[in-house]
Ligand binder design. Structure first.
Ligand SMILES: [Zn+2]
Length: 310
């Protein structure tokens, strides 16, 4: 399918905006100060350049049906694609996969790309749905020297409106991270378009599980319903299987932070949230990582979870 223009997709998706009135704020786009890929077509062109730079071959971006509603403050469309049929209350088994949350973590972007190619070619979707946002923070990925933070200098994985954000986010940033610019949580909770984008995907699709791919901590982390309780049984099983299917990849209980996705989606909204930290950000390693985690992520997608009650 042709890459649809951003305008036509936005028009097409107006009802989606209307279903999320409380999240429809922040739509005022700041004027772009340098050329940005303002449409999905130019997003695809930028992506193709990156793929060439990293020697990843052709992304075949136009072969996927991209959806977009929101843009970054710079004007770059925030895109996602889906596999399977969306039912009004969410498919029975819905998985949300997020990559490129931190723009300087290069390998996760290719990982999501390998995943969507695999899903498009080799999988039938009858009773499941997969939602993939492969470049959550595009402005920090597309620039010549990618950065962890978005164009406004915010770590979007510290910007979710968790209950502890107002009391703790800035305090911890100062005390524990000595104002490390790479981990700035933002001026206010959910101040960033990239954060609202992820929140809206969760609110719209009500995923039974979320997989977010990062690098380079070399671990698999879980946040969500307690693995010791009955409600966490299927979540625990999945965590164990994901590790087993990736040659015993290390499972670690990494701490949550004020404003992190694991804290907001996992702890506060009770959605089993799996953080896959790839071993590094070396673009030459992407095939190895796909080979290592392919079975694990495909298993995760097919694994049925108990319905999440919010
Ligand atoms: Zn990261």
């Amino acid at each position: 399918m042709e890459c649809m223009s951003n305008r036509s997709l936005s028009t097409f998706l107006v009802p989606l905006c209307l279903t999320l009135p409380s999240l429809a704020r922040g739509e005022k786009d700041a004027p772009a100060v340098f050329p940005v890929p303002a449409t999905v077509s130019s997003f695809c062109q930028e992506l193709e350049k990156k793929f060439t730079d990293y020697n990843w071959g052709k992304p075949r971006c136009e072969h996927f049906q991209w959806l977009t509603v929101r843009k970054t403050a710079k004007g770059t469309p925030l895109v996602w694609t889906t596999f399977g049929e969306e039912k009004s209350a969410g498919a029975e088994n819905t998985t949300l996969v997020l990559c490129g949350v931190h723009g300087d973590e290069i390998t996760p972007v290719k990982f999501c790309w390998d995943l969507i190619n695999e899903l498009k070619t080799n999988h039938v979707f009858k009773d499941k749905m997969v939602v993939v946002a492969p470049v959550v923070t595009p402005d920090s990925f597309f620039i010549p020297k990618p950065t962890r933070t978005n164009a406004a200098g915010v770590d979007v994985n510290r910007n979710f409106p968790t209950q502890d954000w107002k009391g703790e986010a800035h305090k911890k940033w100062v005390q524990n991270y000595r104002k490390d610019k790479r981990k700035f949580p933002g001026p206010a909770p959910a101040s960033e378009q990239e954060t609202i984008f992820q929140m809206n995907l969760i609110k719209r699709y009500r995923p039974n599980k979320v997989i977010t791919v990062h690098a380079p901590l070399t671990l698999l982390d879980y946040d969500g319903p307690s693995l010791k309780a009955e409600a966490g049984k299927s979540a625990k099983e999945l965590l164990e299987q994901m590790s087993e299917k990736s040659s015993g990849y290390k499972v670690s209980n990494y701490p949550v932070f004020p404003g992190s996705l694991g804290n907001w989606a996992g702890k506060e909204n009770h959605i089993p949230t799996y953080t896959l930290e790839l071993p590094n950000s070396d673009p030459k390693e992407t095939q190895r990582f796909w080979d290592l985690f392919k079975d694990s992520v495909i298993f995760a997608i097919t694994h049925k979870m108990k319905p999440t009650v919010n």
